[in-house]
Design a binder for this molecule. Structure first.
Ligand SMILES: Cc1ncc(C[n+]2csc(CCOP(=O)(O)OP(=O)(O)OP(=O)(O)O)c2C)c(N)n1
Ligand SMILES: [Mg+2]
Length: 230
């Protein structure tokens, strides 16, 4: 798989004082932005069942999140983010067992690969940047995104983008440290917006994912104790 950045993150349920606490910790508000995400998969959710997540983001383009080497690290997750369309198409063909089809751009391959829209929603995001005390310049900066989806679900995430697998343990440790400084309980995690969307608007798809996901040990989700997906 062509190299993309590795996203290491953990989600949490933000509270009324989260932004104030971020400021106390020296965080800077980078921007507030609103965007629509549209997710694509086969009718059987073959990509999601393989822990691959294909989306088109308004004003950003295509991205395929692929499971990282470690996958799930407690409440943290690791995903390789592919944004180059040839790399996305090649990986889609590999996951969907359609080798040899991968010629065009992602939009042109949706039909041949049987991919259709499964979710579309708007997010309002406050994007924060933090540099932990003692961190030297080369260390990846931490980002904290506070998201509210247009269907009424709010979720926060502390994340680091790294280039190499070897950087993941340090990133996890820093994310863990910042999360506890934000008052997030150690094992708390919160489901992704897309998962809550499926749960609410496509319950059969959600159930199908739940079955597959329960075979992939995941921490209890705080927002939905019924073992919601991440
Ligand atoms: C604990 C856990 N986490 C993630 C997953 C996988 N997953 C579910 S939906 C999903 C795709 C959406 O990921 P998410 O981080 O919610 O998107 P967003 O924050 O809007 O994008 P960003 O701006 O960060 O790129 C994934 C990877 C999982 N199954 N379990
Ligand atoms: Mg995220």
């Amino acid at each position: 798989m062509a190299q993309g950045l590795i996203e290491v993150e953990r989600k949490f349920l933000p509270g009324p004082g989260t932004e104030e606490r971020l400021q106390e910790l020296g965080g800077t508000l980078e921007h507030r932005v609103t965007f629509r995400d549209t997710y694509y998969d086969t009718p059987e959710l073959s990509l999601m069942q393989a822990d691959h997540w294909l989306r088109r983001r308004e004003d950003s383009g295509w991205e395929l999140k692929c499971p990282g080497a470690a996958g799930v690290l407690g409440p943290h997750t690791e995903y390789k983010e592919l944004t180059a369309e040839p790399a996305i198409v090649a990986q889609l063909c590999k996951v969907l067992g359609a080798d040899g089809l991968g010629a065009g751009d992602v939009a042109a391959m949706l039909g041949p690969l049987g991919l259709q829209e499964v979710a579309s929603f708007v997010t309002k995001r406050s994007a924060w940047k933090l540099v932990l005390l003692g961190a030297d310049e080369e260390e990846p900066q931490l980002r904290v995104d506070l998201d509210t989806a247009d269907f009424g679900y709010a979720v926060g995430e502390v994340e680091a983008l790294v280039h190499e697998e070897a950087e993941v343990p340090t990133a996890v440790e820093k994310i863990h440290r910042l999360s506890s400084m934000l008052g997030v309980p150690a094992q708390e995690t919160a489901p992704a917006k897309l998962i809550v969307y499926l749960q609410r608007f496509r319950p059969q798809d959600y159930q199908r994912l739940l079955e597959v996901n329960s075979s992939r040990e995941r921490p209890q989700e705080t927002e939905d104790p019924d073992n919601c997906l991440g």
